[in-house]
Write a new protein. Sequence first.
Lengths: 106, 106
Amino acid sequence: MKKKELGRFSDASYLILSSLSSGPKHGYAMMEDIRQFSGTQLEPGTLYGAISRLEKQGWIEPLPSEERRRPYRITTDGAAVLREQVATLEQVVSVAKNRLSALEGL
Amino acid sequence: MKKKELGRFSDASYLILSSLSSGPKHGYAMMEDIRQFSGTQLEPGTLYGAISRLEKQGWIEPLPSEERRRPYRITTDGAAVLREQVATLEQVVSVAKNRLSALEGL
DNA sequence: AAAATTACTAATTTAAACTTAATAGTAGGG
DNA sequence: CCCTACTATTAAGTTTAAATTAGTAATTTT
């Protein structure tokens, strides 16, 4: 997929941004949250890999860590990117739903 | 991302299935269609790679080729998988929208 | 105290996506 | 009728993300 301004934008990325848009969380808490609202179980390798990429891009930022937890919050840029992504997804979902409902039989 | 029953399910995959749910198309026509309804320009490597994976999984199937075109149509299985995916995406989009609207300032 | 859960790190493998280029047929305009 | 642009696919090489798995260690629960 090509998304000129945004670079790659994976499932894991927008799930994490969605999770952080209800407030700062550390990795493990995101895992739980994402599993609950999306049914997707992100494995540690996927989750923490995506987290460090998002941090590098400036879409999330770390907060002072508590004990052994490393909490993050979404940045202004991250929220903007998520808003854009959500708008696109909404559009795609609506097209897919319309087309599927017109599919005879299948 | 893990999706036990479905295996990987990429952006390119559901864009192609969405495209084919308005009727059979060959690769190039999918490219055009997808660009129009999603704003995503799938490059040939991505598109034809995803097509052959979808065929292998039985979610799309080839029709007799016309001239130099290789048209495909979505299968019953493919439609079922897309329906499921769309339902999940709808759920995720709705959560993200709610959370974003509650994000003060950002 | 043992077991389960929390929380993250790390390494390897697999597979997808990006990029780019090559190929070749077809159509339209000057 | 030749040149260009568009149509349509194949192919190759590189990069990156994701899956898988294992390991560590602290905390909580039983």
